[in-house]
Design a protein around this ligand. Sequence first.
Ligand SMILES: NC(=O)c1ccc[n+]([C@@H]2O[C@H](COP(=O)([O-])OP(=O)(O)OC[C@H]3O[C@@H](n4cnc5c(N)ncnc54)[C@H](O)[C@@H]3O)[C@@H](O)[C@H]2O)c1
Length: 410
Amino acid sequence: MSNSKVGIWLIGARGSIATTVMVGATAIRQGLMEAGGMVTATEAFVDLPLTAIADLEFGGCDIRPRTLLESARQLQEESGCFGQGIIDRTVDALCEIDGRISMGTTINCGATIEDLASGSCRNDRTLLEDIEKIRQHIQQFKVDRGLDMVVVVNLASTEPLLELAECHQRLALFLNVIDRNEKALVRASTLYAYAAIREGCPYINFTPSNAALIPALVTLAQDSGVPVMGNDGKTGETLVKSALAPMFASRNLEILSWEGFNILGNLDGKVLNDPDNCASKLKVKDQVLEKILGYAPHSKVHINYVPSLADQKTAWDFIHFKGFCGAKMTLQFTWQGYDSLLAAPLVLDLARLAVLAKGRGESGLMPQLASFFKAPLGVAEYRHAAQFEMLGKYVDKIRSSPNESDRAVG
Ligand SMILES: NC(=O)c1ccc[n+]([C@@H]2O[C@H](COP(=O)([O-])OP(=O)(O)OC[C@H]3O[C@@H](n4cnc5c(N)ncnc54)[C@H](O)[C@@H]3O)[C@@H](O)[C@H]2O)c1
């Protein structure tokens, strides 16, 4: 295990995934549960100098006027996703962390997200002032908890797509956007990512929001010695899709149609009920098949909001394919899971692996983390098993050529 003191600063800290991350990490620390669902808790990672879950500190920001404990209790009441007594035994830790959650920004996030804030966010600051505020909050977290490193993870609601222009491609032009206070050219996620990178914090975009890791910011990360990665955690339907589609390809079974129907009832589902916000998610989910198969079968992903389901998401996928003699056949699957319980362990994995990368002096995109994302930035490989092999090779490389930070194992 690494000796350094690490904090995770969560954007969207009172949301379902963030709450589950903190409840889960606290429960693991107290010995109330195992780290099931965490990739880095498996045998293959056992001798790497990863930060112990028990040593992680949490902070972050949100825009909704409520407490972390309220979020945890709501999740438990609506979905019953945590084990018996877990919330009661983590109350003290949750209340303490809540004191470290600051107010975020909703700059250019669209009406659905602004409504969540119900007027509690100030949007009269300039972009530079907003960035400065975010940086101060991260610095404060670091000083207050005596941290050596902070990883920033974006777990905020999905924003509407940002149309990318030349100013998002080139760092110098992007910096002009900030200086000129051109608010329409950024969204809140852009400011958070920029602030994190300027603070030297590894940054993970777990959301599909494309305004976060724009190419100019990837360049900044590369130039500043900061590892970053996104986009959109791969937790459910797309995980299965990226595992199954290569099977059809390897048997020369042509996929004619792949229709995916998703229903969910949590706040994420409510936000995705707005067509502008949903467009970000659909764009990411829609591209997976073509990337894997090399052709684009008829395919549509549907996402519907069904409030009574709360955090339980169901995906039903119908796959129509063609085989010998042109015969048409079908495969159907249903995937039912707690959205936040599927995502939270991956957030902890990603944070630990980002700390490892930063300690090794890596910067820019982290392609070894491709298997965690629906749309891994800078990676052409979309087949799940092949992506997972990329992580295995990275781990093997660390073992065969440890650097100074890897040897500093506590
Ligand atoms: N659950 C999954 O399996 C999964 C998988 C991949 C990606 N995601 C994405 O992860 C994100 C979080 O999911 P969730 O289920 O926790 O959603 P959620 O709606 O429960 O939580 C989002 C939180 O972000 C806050 N927020 C919104 N805009 C903000 C801003 N500008 N600044 C700070 N906070 C802000 C909200 O108040 C809320 O507390 C979503 O974008 C979702 O699409 C989820």
